[in-house]
Design a protein around this ligand. Sequence first.
Ligand SMILES: *Cc1c(COP(=O)(O)O)cnc(C)c1O
Ligand SMILES: [Zn+2]
Length: 448
Amino acid sequence: MNEAKYHLECLECRHVIADSYTNTCPEGHDSLLRTVYKSKRIRKRSGQGMFNYIDWLPVEATVPVNTNPITYKSEELGKELGLENLYVSFSGYWPEKGVFMKTCTFKELEALPTLLRAHERAGEKILVVASAGNTSRAFAEFSAMTGMPVVTIVPHRYTHRMWTTTEDHESIFLIAVDGDYSDASAASKEIVNKPLQGFRGQRGGAPLMAGLIEEGGVRNVARRDGMGVVELEAAWCMKALPDYYVQAVGSGTGAIAAWEAFIRLIGDGRFGERMPKIVIAQNLPFAPMFSAWQDGRAELIAAKDLSNAEAAIKAMYANILSTRNPPYSIKGGVYEMLRSSQGTIYGITNDEAREAEKLFESEEGIDLDPAASVAVASLMHAVDEGFVEKKDRILLNITGGGYKRLKEECALYHVEARMELHSHAVGQLPVDELERELKEFVTGLYVG
Ligand SMILES: *Cc1c(COP(=O)(O)O)cnc(C)c1O
Ligand SMILES: [Zn+2]
């Protein structure tokens, strides 16, 4: 174990855990696991996209990609808001700035190391990923690119988000479900837990894949450390930590990742010693963590924070932010992050988000994902309230954008669903059909 580049640590019991795609404490604690890297001073390599920061990623190998977020100092928006030190981290497609994420969001930073970690640590198991669309699209793109298979579950109403920039979708098994993100998530848990027979046997001498494995969401360290590259790149560009970090959240995973990256950067010693204040935003009317935080609670209460969830989610502009059970109160989660960084949450209306989007697009010259517009609006709130001041160094995480720009250059290929699950089927999975379809899918992986 001494030779390993990293190990995992449970934040509750502090036990050291060797990583075998481990996403929960073997002792059963509900807290997050965190990676502890042997290397305490981050080196930046060159020419390897996000893997320039491989010292702090839980993978051994890399794949050749140019996926990387960029950071730049904003002149136009900064001036508009009266901020002298506004830095923008941009994840998306914006070739003029040197950023080429073809699925247009920072979910690429999660998908890539997760696929590699599964390949290295999960012994030929196929990842099962549920999402509201952006995560699944990122996984699909890299699955198509690398041939590493993925089973992904997306609500029917968001399957328009499922496209890649390559035509071949043989390695992608898309399941469309009724309902919203929570229904997709529930279905994925059920599918993973079924002892499916479809994987037995051999084909052409090659063993079939060994089964399915749950991707893990916020509990997956590869997702969090992958997104942490945003902060590493920003620290490298600014040669310092920001005073404030601003992001729109659904689950809060990205902001937890930022917090953890800041902890590591403080430990590095070269970027400053003060934890940035973490400012997050949710899109009203669906804003459960905003609701709990306003009440001063460390726990979500469904009757208060999630009342009318279905209608509220349908009314959101940035419905990618519609996580019903975010990691708010668990150890290492959002509440602890906000408290210990002296941060805050804003609730942003659709109108505010749209207005902020127009402003950003006209000042900075690139189109935004609606979620990123929520972040811009929350920065405007923070300025209005005096939570941030003129000279503060602010890192605004633009988590997605450049869709219009991408369409000027790339053809997009829609990913067809291989199965549809209707709401009455959740809880009574059509196991026979699923087995048959998966078997066909897996078999197909070895033909092409
Ligand atoms: C997923 C997503 C977010 C929210 O990220 P969380 O980690 O769930 O908080 C924000 N912006 C975009 C563009 C996203 O795709
Ligand atoms: Zn533990």
